[in-house]
Structures are given as structure tokens and as C-alpha cells.
Design a protein around this ligand. Structure first.
Ligand SMILES: [Zn+2]
Ligand SMILES: [Zn+2]
Ligand SMILES: [Zn+2]
Ligand SMILES: [Zn+2]
Length: 479
């Protein structure tokens, strides 16, 4: 908002911010510089080895997302236990341990000050909670305000609906100047906020957080850096691969296992840009063939061309694939989240008529199946005396994990979080096979341990990591 953004200024403000939040380390590995992609980016100050922590960041704003169904949880710590509605008439849901905190008392005062006498109607409480994140910007201290105001923003009418809800629907008494500032904050949030998982047990439960340094990293569809969230919602950014001095540090705003068409769609809609990274420019996506569909004439691979038409690699014929994609999309939408049988049949019987097993659709189904087998009822590893999961399904899960790890290797993303999660699942599969004396398909003691160590290495700073990973980490550290 009228503040000049230049390299020196950005580096100083961010550095001071991280110091205030006790996230700063001397000999920092990063520096903010102009990026060849336009705007600014983060660059390596020296060679960075795979797995090294590049920086740790703390959210300057954190809070609920403005989406239709938000879970009922404490508005400060996001836990779902011992919840009450604040009795001072701010209407916020809060837990026993946070009700007397300074953070709540500041928010509570703000809301009560802005409320015009009227009582809230049914449903207003949820509306207030959904809009809490931009509202929180009104009580930032001066230094944090400065940090928010140097971040990039998206212009456009679709941003800032929270402000309209707060003023028009809830009748909060907000000044024009405050309104203008909150609109700006919404555009900053929409451009930069990260999804932060808040519940280890429920990976659908998330809020959004504004991480000043994290948000300065540009996007690549094969990023060289990854983040996990640690204590107090801190973001820990590590190198996935070796990053030579002076090269730009990228993370992905999209899922790794999405094909080019899905990524493009998402980036254009939510981040308003068209990615031109090497993966996007290569129709085979580094030989992964994640977007390939079979040619009707010769069964070769049809790949998307720049002109939005699809062309066969072998016979060069051009074909329209819209019908097939629509048909497959509607089948996928019809699956229940734990319908293993239908997913498996579709993946192995129907899909091979239209596309290779490398296609994103097949990859996604395999990924879903990995999280059904061993976890969903009817497919649990063990259920006291009755074994739910037959060994052949453990072997199937193992194979799908390996297929996706192979794919990740081709995508050149190194020690990414998905790899850590899959290595852990491979470890569990092997452990289970061993415990059943079912050594056919068991990879042996050494490889099983290697999978666990790899998972620990990648997930060790992740607060949501499985307990076994945390225990193993403590063990390795000699606690
Ligand atoms: Zn709480
Ligand atoms: Zn209150
Ligand atoms: Zn890209
Ligand atoms: Zn062909």
C-alpha cells in the first residue's frame, strides 16, 4: 500500500521480522533478490544440501478460511476439545486454555467495540469466524503491519468478500480506512496464504496462514524446496535436492501429483498466472506421461500441445479428448472416499482402455487406495484377532507406493513430503508382512529399516508426523 519494495528494504524487514519471532539464524542461507520470473524471489546464499533447513518462518496472520463448512474449533489453538462460546459476548468459540489468553482478550475487545448494539442472529457466529483472519489484521502491531504491507497482492473484484460480510451482513462498525486496509489484506491473503493443517488426526482440517518469507518464494511444478509445519504453526522450509549457490528457491503452489492440465487450471484460477517451468513446457512431463491418453488409431500416446489440441506421438494424428476426460471425471466423482473395490476395478479394467497407468487419473486412484488399505474400516492392518487386510492387498499397496515413488524420482523433486509419507507406508507394509511370517514380498530387514530412516529424515520436523517417526527421531538423537 504505497510502500516501495526494493531488495534492501525487503531483506531488512523480513530479517527483522524473523528475529522478532525467534526464527532467525545467523549465517542465513537465503537472500531476497529480483527474480527472472518478475517480481522478487528467494535465492541460495551458498550451496545447500538436500534436506538442509533453508529457513523457518512464523505466520504474521493465521486464521480460518472463508469457505462454506468450517469446523467448530477453538479460534486460537484450533483444537476441538473443551470448547465454549466466550461469555463476554464476542461470540467466538474458544477452548478452556485459550479463553484467558492475551490474544483472545485483544480480539474480544475489538469485536465488542465494532459490534453495533444488535445481537447476532442464527448463523452469524459462523460468519464472524469465517471472516476472522482479515479482521485480525486490525490489531496487528505497527511492525507486523509493515510486514504485511510489503507482500504482493492480487487485484480483482473476487477478493475481499470477508469485508462485505463483516460490514453488510454482521453490521460491524468499521471505518472506511479500516475497510480499505482489510480489502488489501484479503488480496494479500489470496495471493500468498498457505494451507496449514491444524489437526493431526483429520487432514481435512486446515486454516490459512500468511508466512512473509515463505510467500516470497516463487512457484515451480518441480520445486527444489518443501515445507512442513512444526510447533506453533511455524513453517520449516528444507531443500528437497541440492541447490547450488545463487539459484532460486522454489516451492509448489500445486500438488506434485497433478498433471499439467490440472496444475495450469489451478494456477490460473487461484494465483492468476501461467506457469512456464520446464515441466509445464515438456508434454511428457519429464517422461512421466502424466497427461497421456491413448490414440484411438494406433494406441500410441496422445499428448497435449500448446494449441490445446492433442497429438499422437507415433502416428501424429490430432484428436479431441474432451469426451473421454469428461466421462472419466464423472466416474471419479461418483466414488465414495473408501470404495476400494470400485476404484480398484476401474483402475485395472476400465482405465487401461483409455490411458496408460502413468496418467494422473491412475496415479490419483493409486494414491487414494494407499490410504484406504491399512486405514479404512474393513481394510485395517489388524483388528484384534481377525486380520482385515489380506497379504495380497498389502502387496498391492506396496506396489502402488513404489510406482508413485518412481514417478516422484522422474519429477526430480528429491526429499519431498510425499516421498517421506510413501516411504513410511512401505515400511509399515514390510513390517506387517514380516510379523505375519509372510516373507514372500517382504523386502528384508535392511531395506525395511532404510524406508523408515528415509521417512524419519524427511518428516522429522513435521508436527503431524506419525508417532513412530517421532519416537524413532528421538531414539536417533539419543534421548
Ligand atoms: Zn484453544
Ligand atoms: Zn471473547
Ligand atoms: Zn510449471
Ligand atoms: Zn496414433
Amino acid at each position: 500500500m504505497g510502500i516501495v519494495r526494493n531488495e534492501v528494504h525487503l531483506n531488512t524487514i523480513i530479517q527483522e521480522y524473523l528475529k522478532r519471532k525467534s526464527c532467525y539464524v545467523e549465517d542465513r542461507l537465503w537472500i531476497i533478490k529480483k527474480s527472472s520470473l518478475g517480481g522478487f524471489g528467494i535465492f541460495a546464499e551458498r550451496d545447500i544440501q538436500a534436506g538442509e533447513i533453508i529457513f523457518i518462518d512464523s505466520p504474521v496472520l493465521l486464521g480460518p478460511r472463508c469457505v462454506p463448512d468450517i469446523p467448530i474449533q477453538c479460534t486460537i489453538c484450533y483444537r476441538k476439545i473443551n470448547l465454549i462460546t466466550c461469555n463476554k459476548n464476542c461470540h467466538l468459540t474458544i477452548c478452556n486454555s485459550c479463553v484467558d489468553s492475551d490474544i483472545h482478550s485483544n480480539e474480544c475487545n475489538l469485536i465488542r467495540k465494532l459490534k453495533t448494539n444488535k445481537d447476532f442472529k442464527e448463523g452469524d457466529k459462523e460468519k464472524l469466524t469465517k471472516c476472522l483472519t482479515p479482521l485480525r489484521s486490525l490489531i496487528l502491531n505497527e511492525e507486523d503491519l509493515k510486514v504485511v504491507s510489503i507482500l504482493k497482492s492480487h487485484r480483482g473484484d473476487q477478493h475481499g468478500k470477508e469485508v462485505d460480510i463483516l460490514t453488510e451482513q454482521l453490521g460491524l462498525n468499521i471505518t472506511e480506512e479500516e475497510k480499505k486496509f482489510m480489502y488489501f489484506v484479503c488480496t494479500v491473503l489470496d495471493a500468498n496464504a498457505f494451507e496449514v493443517l491444524t489437526d493431526v488426526e483429520d487432514n481435512m482440517n486446515s486454516v490459512r496462514g500468511l508466512y512473509p518469507l515463505g510467500s516470497l518464494a516463487n512457484h515451480s511444478c518441480f520445486p527444489n524446496a518443501f515445507h512442513v509445519f512444526g510447533e506453533k504453526h511455524k513453517m520449516i522450509v528444507r531443500a528437497g535436492v541440492f541447490i547450488p549457490k545463487n539459484s532460486e528457491i522454489f516451492h509448489a503452489y500445486t500438488r506434485l501429483l497433478w498433471g499439467t492440465i490440472t496444475r495450469k487450471f489451478h494456477l490460473k484460477n487461484s494465483k492468476h498466472f501461467i506457469c512456464k517451468c520446464e515441466r509445464c513446457m515438456d508434454p511428457t512431463e519429464f517422461g512421466t506421461y502424466m497427461t497421456a491418453i491413448y490414440c484411438e488409431k494406433c494406441k500410441g500416446n496422445l499428448l497435449p500441445q500448446k494449441t490445446s489440441s492433442w497429438q499422437c506421438e507415433i502416428c501424429n494424428s490430432k484428436q479431441n479428448v474432451g469426451r473421454i476426460l469428461t466421462m472419466i471425471g464423472s466416474v471419479l466423482n461418483g466414488f465414495e472416499a473408501d470404495d476400494f473395490d470400485r476404484m480398484h476395478t476401474f483402475l485395472n479394467k476400465k482405465l487401461p482402455l483409455y490411458m496408460p497407468q502413468t496418467n494422473q487419473v491412475a496415479v490419483e486412484l493409486k494414491y487414494k487406495i494407499i490410504w484406504i488399505l491399512g486405514y479404512r474400516s474393513g481394510y485395517l492392518w489388524e483388528n484384534d484377532l481377525i486380520v482385515d487386510l489380506p497379504s495380497r492387498l498389502i502387496l498391492l499397496k506396496k506396489r502402488y507406493c513404489q510406482d508413485i515413488l518412481e514417478l516422484i524420482k522422474k519429477l526430480r523433486t528429491g526429499k519431498c513430503k510425499t516421498r517421506g509419507l510413501l516411504c513410511y507406508e512401505l515400511y509399515l507394509c514390510n513390517k506387517e508382512l514380516k510379523s505375519r511370517d509372510d516373507t514372500e514380498g517382504w523386502d528384508g530387514e535392511n531395506i525395511t529399516e532404510t524406508y523408515l530412516l528415509e521417512a524419519v529424515d524427511i518428516l522429522k520436523y513435521d508436527i503431524g508426523a506419525p508417532d513412530l517417526i517421532k519416537e524413532k527421531k528421538a531414539q536417533l538423537n539419543g534421548y
